[in-house]
Design a protein around this ligand. Structure first.
Ligand SMILES: [Zn+2]
Ligand SMILES: [Zn+2]
Length: 811
């Protein structure tokens, strides 16, 4: 028998698949029924360096589903592309020289070759890359649609700035006060920026989670927390001796009578005006300046301090003057940037009031009227009631809350309100390697969109990618930078910011459906056929950025009539990480493992089944070289066991018996595991068990049927060796064969009753699996206490086994 040669076999089939365009997916004829389609999407890879085994895990899982659903008769779309813009390529260009485009394209080429070598069934005719003008032309077009609809806008805003990368960061890119990419401490700055009006959709992003079919609960929870909806009231506080009202948001309007001082965030626009010309002005402005240099985390972790402004506000409930302070524990980004401080019932206010000797007045009390120490902190509790609250005293807190808000509303100084933690999406980046924003700035006309027929605005060539406090595009040649204003014809300046790369990845799954469309980003009919995505696979690290942005994008496009659905991804699956020696793989620690060496030694099929078999698909797994070895051994055994069956006549008509039953049970299990449970490790275990069984009884009448079926069931996981074996079994094109069907009649008899005799007399009965091997059946019968008592220590001289019926011990 010829030995198993993975390199030759894999090359052979990869060539055949490419020559036959085996995995190219045609778009449907208009009106095709959508229930026959299956859009399988894996998160857009970032082309940095080469693939690692974590990527191999993600795309191999996708590949199993792709083959499975194709063979189940679905019209499967399984595309691939590149999230090609972004900082790493630009930083590499600055570090090593060379153009970010060349670096990116070199990486793409090498990763694409690795993907092809893995044998993944990707439709390469649909490949897209976000840095290609044919793609970003439409990113710009979509930006213009958002701009026309008021969803893209500019504002001066305090922004988080990474001093090392010289760029503005989104909230999501600041982790513990540090830049997500380089780890530098983030500082505050104020800049005119482009935003998407993400917050318009905060409620819909919550409500329309109901439309999702199957998302991990933890991702939904992370999104809910990120959106951070809270209910309460907006209340106006009048600044004493002025006509100025300051709005606060509170979730506890029932504690209004306990508001004994007032705080403005240092960035609050009212601060300079409030202290102008007063003796407190220098100290307050110095405090504001010091705060600006601090990160949010530093502000949250340091001891609470602040400065008194010398001014007062009026508590609308009590009519009392309360001092206005400026303190950095209040953030401009949350609520209104101003708070009413209720030190008796808010821990941070309590700490602050103690430090500065401010009044602490209890206004809610636990239902059981225990005496409270004066000036103490009283945490909120179940069934609490209002005290020291005028006409509202003794009301249960929820009733008091409603009554106080009604009363404020009547006086025109308050109203119920809902606030979200979600901020608008800051999309401006002062970087080179991104999609140019299609806007010009004209002295006369202001902000003017580039006309659609002038798209794309091509990224110009520049000499220096290093940001020097301003965007690299500001140093672009004049012929790019200075253009006639589309409205008045005067010389105007192009926008020099580029877009956050999350814009590119918020619609790529739409472009895959219609990648060659030169007249539009996509055709609505084609999009509405393929979308929503049936199964999305990717890492949980994208729970609150990419996944929320993409959901927002689709809601806007739906509202603007460009697409016919609200949610892009019906089912989401988060694959687990691959660890190395117990820790997460990390480039800096040199523990990133790539597939190349393993492919060279064992072949892609062995690597594929190892990464599937190593653990449950959603859990972190630890990479073990010994495990790879075991998978390679299994494939060599499969090769021998199946080829041994090849000379037998092909299966003709139904077969019965224990091995046939085992085979049907395996079909049922593998089908359920792949199709419903994401049991990508257990389906392999089931096939391995079947192969063991064939090896144990190669002459069983069902052995050839079982071998063919094992090959067929293993095809999604190990497509090369199975294709070769299928051919050697005398068949063709396994990747196009219908998925095997389990015969329910054969599944029902999953146990049989075995009679156990001693010297021909019935001594016990056992219920066992019909395909239990003889030796195991005998040891099971021997283990019976009743049988043991009749054997009475004697050895059986002879053991007679009638499969599926009896065991007889002769003594
Ligand atoms: Zn940075
Ligand atoms: Zn103009």
């Amino acid at each position: 028998m010829e030995p198993y040669d993975p390199q030759a076999i894999e090359e052979k089939w990869q060539r055949i698949w490419a020559d036959e365009a085996a995995f190219t997916t045609r778009n449907p004829e208009p009106g095709a029924p959508v229930d026959g389609k299956f859009y399988l999407l894996e998160m857009l890879p970032y082309p940095s360096g080469r693939l690692h085994v974590g990527n191999v895990r993600n795309y191999t899982m996708g590949d199993v589903l792709c083959h499975f659903w194709r063979r189940r008769g679905r019209h499967v779309l399984r595309p691939m592309g590149w999230d090609a813009f972004g900082l790493p390529a630009e930083n590499a260009a600055i570090r090593e020289g060379g153009h970010p485009r060349l670096i990116t394209e070199r990486n793409i080429e090498s990763i694409r070759a690795q993907m092809k070598r893995m044998g993944w069934a990707i439709d390469w005719t649909r490949e897209i890359s976000s840095h290609a003008p044919e793609y970003y032309r439409w990113t710009q077009w979509l930006f213009l649609k958002f701009f026309e609809a008021g969803q893209a806008f500019r504002k001066e805003a305090p922004v988080k700035w990474c001093p090392k990368d010289q760029t503005v960061l989104a909230n999501e890119q600041v982790i513990d006060g540090r830049c997500e990419r380089c780890g530098s401490e983030v500082v505050a700055r104020s800049l005119e920026q482009w935003f998407f009006r993400y917050t318009d959709y905060a409620q819909e992003l919550l409500d329309e989670m109901d439309l999702l079919e199957s998302w991990p609960e933890r991702v939904l929870t992370m999104q809910r927390n990120w959106i951070g909806r809270s209910e309460g009231a907006d209340i106006l506080f009048r600044v004493e001796d002025s006509e100025t009202d300051v709005e606060v948001f509170t979730t506890r309007p029932d504690t209004l009578f306990g508001a004994t001082y007032f705080v403005l965030a240092p960035e609050h626009p009212l601060v300079p005006e409030l202290v102008a010309g007063t003796g407190e002005e220098p100290e307050v402005l110095e405090y504001v300046r010091r705060t600006a240099a601090r990160t949010v985390v530093e502000r949250e972790q340091k001891e609470k301090d602040g400065v008194f402004t010398g001014r007062s506000a009026v508590n609308p409930a009590t009519g009392e003057r309360i001092g206005i302070w400026v303190a950095d524990y209040v953030l401009m980004e949350y609520g209104t940037g101003a708070i009413m401080a209720v030190p008796a019932h808010d821990e941070r206010d309590f700490e602050f009031a103690q430090r500065y000797g401010l009044e602490i007045r209890q206004v809610v009390a636990p239902a059981e009227g225990e005496a409270q120490e004066e000036g103490a902190f009283v945490a909120h509790s179940e069934n609490e009631r209002l005290v020291n609250s005028g006409e509202f005293s003794e009301m249960a807190a929820p009733d008091g809350k409603r009554a106080i808000v009604d009363w404020l509303e009547e006086k025109g100084i308050g109203r119920p309100a809902i606030r979200y933690r979600l901020r608008d999406w800051l999309l401006s980046r002062q970087r080179y390697w991104g999609c140019p924003i299609p806007i010009v700035h004209c002295d006369r006309c202001g902000v003017v969109p580039v006309p659609e027929d002038e798209l794309p605005v091509l990224l110009p060539e520049v000499d220096d990618y290093t940001p020097r406090g301003k965007a690299p595009l500001a140093a672009a040649p004049d012929e790019w930078l200075r253009v006639p204003c589309p409205r008045c014809g005067e010389t105007a300046l192009r926008e020099v910011d580029t877009m956050d790369t999350f814009v590119d990845s918020s619609w790529y799954f739409l472009r895959y459906c219609d990648p060659g469309n030169a007249g539009a980003p996509f055709d609505r009919g084609v999009i509405d056929y393929w979308l929503p995505v049936n199964q999305y696979i990717g890492g949980v690290e994208h729970a609150v950025m990419h996944l929320l942005y993409a959901r927002y994008f689709c809601k806007v496009l739906n509202d603007l009539g460009h697409i016919g659905f609200r949610e892009p991804f019906l089912r989401l699956f988060n694959h687990g990480w691959v660890h190395m020696g117990g820790g997460k793989m990390s480039k800096s620690k040199g523990t990133v493992v790539g597939p190349d060496d393993y492919i060279a030694e064992y072949g892609a099929d062995a690597l594929r089944i190892y990464i599937l078999f190593v653990g449950p698909a959603d859990q972190a797994v630890d990479w073990q070289d010994a495990g790879m070895e075991g998978m390679a051994r299994f494939l060599r055994r499969l090769w021998r066991v199946v080829l041994e069956q090849a000379p037998k006549p092909a299966v003709d008509g139904p077969v019965d018996g224990p091995l046939a039953q085992k085979t049907h049970a395996t079909i049922a299990k593998v089908t359920d595991d792949i199709g419903r449970r994401f049991g990508l490790n257990t389906q392999l275990a089931a096939v391995m068990e079947l192969v063991n069984e064939i090896q144990r009884r190669p002459d069983d009448p069902a052995a050839r049927f079982a071998a063919e079926t094992a090959v067929s069931l293993l095809q999604p996981s190990a497509p090369h060796i199975t294709e070769e074996l299928w051919e050697r079994l005398g068949h063709e094109r396994l990747w196009e064969q219908p998925w095997p069907e389990a015969d329910p009649a054969l599944l029902e008899r999953d146990t049989v009753e075995i009679v156990v005799q001693v010297n021909g007399r019935v001594r016990d009965r056992l219920n066992v699996s019909p395909d239990l091997p003889e030796d195991e059946l005998v040891s099971l019968a021997l283990a019976s206490e009743r049988v043991q008592s009749y054997l009475d220590g004697a050895e059986a001289a002879r053991t007679i086994v009638v499969p599926g019926r009896l065991v007889n011990f002769v003594i």
